[in-house]
Design a protein around this ligand. Structure first.
Ligand code: HEM
Ligand code: ISQ
Length: 148
């Protein structure tokens, strides 16, 4: 089944709401990740030195923004051309070097969905969930293909 314009619109609109309150949702996202995988803290250079995920860590915010922004871009690519294409292998190299494994991709996906559920609030539905999950999975697949 192809990624519909409606799915893209769902991702886009909720991504905008996420970005409007980035410092808050970014902390939530990291908290969900670290709840499941405390060891991930040491993987991220920008989290290593603090005891807790603090709001207003510009580098942490910027990285969270990158991840959500890339999933949003993946949704656009899926709608327009039916696949997600990365410009280069840089992300594959970075994630391989950091020792990122399949289970980490699952943890980040769950955290991303839980964060978006908070962003969307009462309007959250299976449809929102599937749209975000599909865009994330296709992006993760594109990254994994470039990992050695
Ligand atoms: C780095 C995106 C999944 C851990 C990066 C960078 C991007 C990115 C854009 C490069 C940042 C830079 O150049 O400074 C993504 C996307 C993902 C994903 C879009 C999923 C679709 C994961 C997963 C993990 C992970 C599952 C493991 C928990 C890392 C780490 C770095 C990194 C440790 C290096 C950060 C640092 O500078 O310390 N990721 N990532 N990523 N990613 Fe991911
Ligand atoms: C994965 N890769 C890069 C940055 C990230 C920030 C938060 C959560 C996951 C991430």
């Amino acid at each position: 089944m192809s990624f519909t314009q409606r799915q893209e619109a769902l991702v886009n609109s909720s991504w905008e709401a996420f970005n409007q309150n980035l410092p808050f949702y970014s902390v939530l996202f990291y908290t969900f990740i670290l709840e499941k995988t405390p060891a991930a803290k040491n993987m991220f250079s920008f989290l290593k030195d603090s005891n807790e995920v603090i709001q207003g860590n510009p580098s942490a915010n910027a990285h969270a923004e990158m991840v959500f922004g890339m999933v949003r871009d993946a949704a656009i690519q899926l709608q327009v051309k039916g696949e997600v294409v990365l410009e280069d292998n840089v992300l594959g190299v970075v994630h391989t070097q950091k020792g990122v494994a399949d289970r980490h991709f699952m943890v980040v996906k769950e955290a991303l969905l839980k964060t978006m559920k908070e962003v969307v609030g009462d309007k959250w539905s299976e449809e929102f969930s599937v749209a975000w999950e599909t865009a994330y999975d296709e992006l993760a697949y594109a990254i994994k293909k470039t990992m050695i």
